[in-house]
Design a protein around this ligand. Structure first.
Ligand SMILES: CC(C)(COP(=O)(O)OP(=O)(O)OC[C@H]1O[C@@H](n2cnc3c(N)ncnc32)[C@H](O)[C@@H]1OP(=O)(O)O)[C@@H](O)C(=O)NCCC(=O)NCCS
Length: 174
Protein backbone atom coordinates (compact mmCIF):
# COMPACT_ATOMS: atom_id res chain seq x y z
CA UNK A 1 0.00 0.00 0.00
CA UNK A 2 1.25 3.48 -0.86
CA UNK A 3 0.55 6.54 1.26
CA UNK A 4 1.05 9.97 -0.27
CA UNK A 5 1.19 12.79 2.26
CA UNK A 6 2.76 16.18 2.75
CA UNK A 7 6.53 16.17 3.24
CA UNK A 8 7.60 17.33 6.72
CA UNK A 9 10.88 18.38 8.38
CA UNK A 10 11.55 14.92 9.84
CA UNK A 11 11.51 13.46 6.32
CA UNK A 12 14.65 15.45 5.53
CA UNK A 13 16.56 13.15 7.88
CA UNK A 14 15.42 9.93 6.20
CA UNK A 15 15.04 10.49 2.48
CA UNK A 16 18.72 10.22 1.60
CA UNK A 17 18.47 6.69 0.10
CA UNK A 18 16.22 8.02 -2.67
CA UNK A 19 18.74 10.77 -3.37
CA UNK A 20 21.59 8.31 -3.99
CA UNK A 21 20.36 8.20 -7.58
CA UNK A 22 22.80 10.19 -9.73
CA UNK A 23 19.97 11.92 -11.59
CA UNK A 24 18.41 13.21 -8.38
CA UNK A 25 19.73 16.59 -7.33
CA UNK A 26 20.64 17.03 -3.67
CA UNK A 27 20.34 20.53 -2.25
CA UNK A 28 21.35 22.01 1.09
CA UNK A 29 19.02 21.92 4.08
CA UNK A 30 18.02 25.58 3.88
CA UNK A 31 16.88 25.06 0.28
CA UNK A 32 14.48 22.27 1.32
CA UNK A 33 13.33 24.24 4.38
CA UNK A 34 12.49 27.24 2.20
CA UNK A 35 10.28 25.04 0.03
CA UNK A 36 8.62 23.51 3.10
CA UNK A 37 7.90 26.92 4.57
CA UNK A 38 6.80 28.72 1.39
CA UNK A 39 5.16 26.04 -0.75
CA UNK A 40 4.08 23.19 1.56
CA UNK A 41 1.29 22.16 -0.85
CA UNK A 42 3.94 21.44 -3.48
CA UNK A 43 6.05 19.04 -1.40
CA UNK A 44 4.79 15.46 -1.05
CA UNK A 45 6.31 12.13 -0.13
CA UNK A 46 5.15 8.61 -1.00
CA UNK A 47 5.69 5.94 1.63
CA UNK A 48 5.52 2.16 1.60
CA UNK A 49 4.50 0.12 4.66
CA UNK A 50 7.14 0.45 7.37
CA UNK A 51 7.52 4.16 6.54
CA UNK A 52 9.97 3.50 3.70
CA UNK A 53 10.37 6.50 1.43
CA UNK A 54 9.35 5.47 -2.11
CA UNK A 55 9.73 8.88 -3.71
CA UNK A 56 8.85 12.53 -3.43
CA UNK A 57 8.02 15.66 -5.39
CA UNK A 58 9.06 19.20 -4.52
CA UNK A 59 7.92 22.32 -6.32
CA UNK A 60 6.66 25.86 -6.12
CA UNK A 61 4.41 28.41 -7.78
CA UNK A 62 5.80 31.67 -9.15
CA UNK A 63 5.65 34.25 -11.95
CA UNK A 64 3.72 37.32 -13.03
CA UNK A 65 0.64 37.67 -15.23
CA UNK A 66 0.43 34.91 -17.82
CA UNK A 67 3.77 33.54 -16.58
CA UNK A 68 2.15 32.53 -13.26
CA UNK A 69 3.02 28.83 -13.16
CA UNK A 70 3.66 25.75 -11.07
CA UNK A 71 7.23 24.47 -11.16
CA UNK A 72 8.57 20.97 -10.48
CA UNK A 73 11.94 21.41 -8.78
CA UNK A 74 12.52 17.70 -8.11
CA UNK A 75 10.65 14.46 -8.63
CA UNK A 76 12.22 11.12 -7.89
CA UNK A 77 11.20 7.53 -7.21
CA UNK A 78 13.51 4.92 -5.65
CA UNK A 79 14.63 2.29 -8.22
CA UNK A 80 12.71 -0.57 -6.54
CA UNK A 81 9.40 1.32 -6.84
CA UNK A 82 9.66 2.54 -10.43
CA UNK A 83 7.17 1.84 -13.24
CA UNK A 84 4.25 1.67 -10.82
CA UNK A 85 2.77 5.03 -11.86
CA UNK A 86 4.10 6.66 -8.71
CA UNK A 87 5.82 9.62 -10.38
CA UNK A 88 2.68 10.08 -12.45
CA UNK A 89 0.57 10.32 -9.27
CA UNK A 90 2.97 12.81 -7.68
CA UNK A 91 3.04 14.91 -10.86
CA UNK A 92 -0.78 14.85 -11.13
CA UNK A 93 -1.01 16.06 -7.54
CA UNK A 94 1.24 19.06 -8.20
CA UNK A 95 -0.60 19.82 -11.45
CA UNK A 96 -3.97 19.74 -9.65
CA UNK A 97 -2.78 22.16 -6.98
CA UNK A 98 -1.34 24.50 -9.63
CA UNK A 99 -4.53 24.29 -11.69
CA UNK A 100 -7.33 24.29 -9.13
CA UNK A 101 -5.91 26.02 -6.06
CA UNK A 102 -3.39 28.49 -7.48
CA UNK A 103 -5.02 28.97 -10.91
CA UNK A 104 -1.68 28.85 -12.68
CA UNK A 105 -1.40 28.95 -16.47
CA UNK A 106 1.05 26.08 -16.84
CA UNK A 107 3.47 23.77 -15.05
CA UNK A 108 7.11 23.64 -16.08
CA UNK A 109 10.34 21.82 -15.21
CA UNK A 110 13.92 21.42 -16.33
CA UNK A 111 15.39 18.06 -17.27
CA UNK A 112 18.83 17.00 -18.47
CA UNK A 113 18.80 16.52 -22.25
CA UNK A 114 20.35 13.06 -21.69
CA UNK A 115 17.73 11.91 -19.16
CA UNK A 116 15.68 9.91 -21.65
CA UNK A 117 13.54 7.99 -19.11
CA UNK A 118 12.39 11.21 -17.45
CA UNK A 119 11.76 12.95 -20.80
CA UNK A 120 9.66 9.97 -21.93
CA UNK A 121 7.70 10.12 -18.71
CA UNK A 122 7.02 13.85 -19.06
CA UNK A 123 5.95 13.36 -22.68
CA UNK A 124 3.59 10.60 -21.55
CA UNK A 125 2.12 13.12 -19.11
CA UNK A 126 1.59 15.61 -21.99
CA UNK A 127 4.56 17.90 -21.37
CA UNK A 128 6.18 19.43 -24.46
CA UNK A 129 9.67 20.79 -24.95
CA UNK A 130 9.19 24.54 -24.74
CA UNK A 131 12.86 25.45 -25.19
CA UNK A 132 16.40 24.16 -24.84
CA UNK A 133 18.62 25.88 -22.27
CA UNK A 134 22.25 25.73 -23.32
CA UNK A 135 24.70 24.40 -20.69
CA UNK A 136 22.08 24.74 -17.94
CA UNK A 137 23.60 22.01 -15.77
CA UNK A 138 26.94 23.07 -14.23
CA UNK A 139 27.82 24.95 -17.40
CA UNK A 140 28.06 21.63 -19.27
CA UNK A 141 24.94 19.73 -20.18
CA UNK A 142 21.92 21.34 -21.88
CA UNK A 143 18.60 21.36 -20.09
CA UNK A 144 15.16 21.04 -21.64
CA UNK A 145 12.46 23.36 -20.30
CA UNK A 146 9.26 21.31 -20.58
CA UNK A 147 5.76 22.65 -20.07
CA UNK A 148 2.18 21.52 -19.75
CA UNK A 149 -0.65 24.02 -20.19
CA UNK A 150 -3.35 24.12 -17.50
CA UNK A 151 -7.04 24.95 -17.89
CA UNK A 152 -6.53 28.69 -17.36
CA UNK A 153 -4.38 28.85 -20.50
CA UNK A 154 -7.37 28.38 -22.78
CA UNK A 155 -5.44 29.14 -25.99
CA UNK A 156 -2.42 27.04 -24.91
CA UNK A 157 -0.14 30.02 -25.56
CA UNK A 158 2.29 29.00 -22.80
CA UNK A 159 3.42 25.87 -24.63
CA UNK A 160 4.20 27.31 -28.08
CA UNK A 161 7.86 26.23 -28.44
CA UNK A 162 10.55 28.89 -28.78
CA UNK A 163 12.34 28.78 -32.12
CA UNK A 164 15.84 29.13 -30.68
CA UNK A 165 17.69 27.83 -27.64
CA UNK A 166 18.34 30.21 -24.75
CA UNK A 167 21.18 30.61 -22.29
CA UNK A 168 20.70 30.37 -18.49
CA UNK A 169 21.02 34.14 -18.06
CA UNK A 170 17.97 34.61 -20.32
CA UNK A 171 15.73 32.61 -17.99
CA UNK A 172 13.08 34.55 -16.10
CA UNK A 173 12.96 31.94 -13.31
CA UNK A 174 15.25 29.02 -12.49
C1 LIG B 1 11.77 9.49 -13.99
C2 LIG B 1 11.17 8.80 -12.76
C3 LIG B 1 10.76 9.85 -11.73
C4 LIG B 1 9.93 7.99 -13.22
O1 LIG B 1 9.30 7.45 -12.05
P1 LIG B 1 8.29 6.23 -12.15
O2 LIG B 1 7.50 6.20 -10.88
O3 LIG B 1 9.00 5.00 -12.54
O4 LIG B 1 7.36 6.67 -13.37
P2 LIG B 1 5.87 6.16 -13.66
O5 LIG B 1 5.73 4.72 -13.26
O6 LIG B 1 4.87 7.09 -13.03
O7 LIG B 1 5.82 6.29 -15.25
C5 LIG B 1 4.72 6.83 -15.94
C6 LIG B 1 4.98 6.63 -17.43
O8 LIG B 1 6.16 7.36 -17.81
C7 LIG B 1 6.91 6.60 -18.78
N1 LIG B 1 8.19 6.15 -18.22
C8 LIG B 1 8.57 6.14 -16.92
N2 LIG B 1 9.82 5.66 -16.77
C9 LIG B 1 10.24 5.34 -18.02
C10 LIG B 1 11.42 4.76 -18.54
N3 LIG B 1 12.46 4.42 -17.73
N4 LIG B 1 11.54 4.58 -19.87
C11 LIG B 1 10.50 4.91 -20.70
N5 LIG B 1 9.33 5.44 -20.26
C12 LIG B 1 9.21 5.65 -18.95
C13 LIG B 1 6.05 5.39 -19.11
O9 LIG B 1 5.20 5.73 -20.18
C14 LIG B 1 5.26 5.20 -17.83
O10 LIG B 1 4.05 4.51 -18.01
P3 LIG B 1 4.06 2.89 -18.17
O11 LIG B 1 4.92 2.33 -17.07
O12 LIG B 1 2.60 2.52 -18.04
O13 LIG B 1 4.64 2.60 -19.53
C15 LIG B 1 12.18 7.80 -12.14
O14 LIG B 1 12.72 6.98 -13.16
C16 LIG B 1 13.31 8.47 -11.40
O15 LIG B 1 13.19 8.75 -10.20
N6 LIG B 1 14.45 8.73 -12.08
C17 LIG B 1 15.62 9.36 -11.45
C18 LIG B 1 15.35 10.80 -11.04
C19 LIG B 1 14.95 11.64 -12.24
O16 LIG B 1 15.46 11.49 -13.34
N7 LIG B 1 14.01 12.57 -11.99
C20 LIG B 1 13.58 13.53 -12.97
C21 LIG B 1 14.55 14.64 -12.98
S1 LIG B 1 14.01 15.97 -14.03
Amino acid sequence: MTTIRRFCCDDLLRFSSVNLDHLTETFNMSFYMTYLARWPDYFHVAEAPGNRVMGYIMGKVEGQGESWHGHVTAVTVAPEFRRQQLAKKLMNLLEDISDKIDKAYFVDLFVRASNTPAIKMYEKLDYVIYRRVLRYYSGEEDGLDMRKALSRDVEKKSIIPLKRPVTPDELEYD
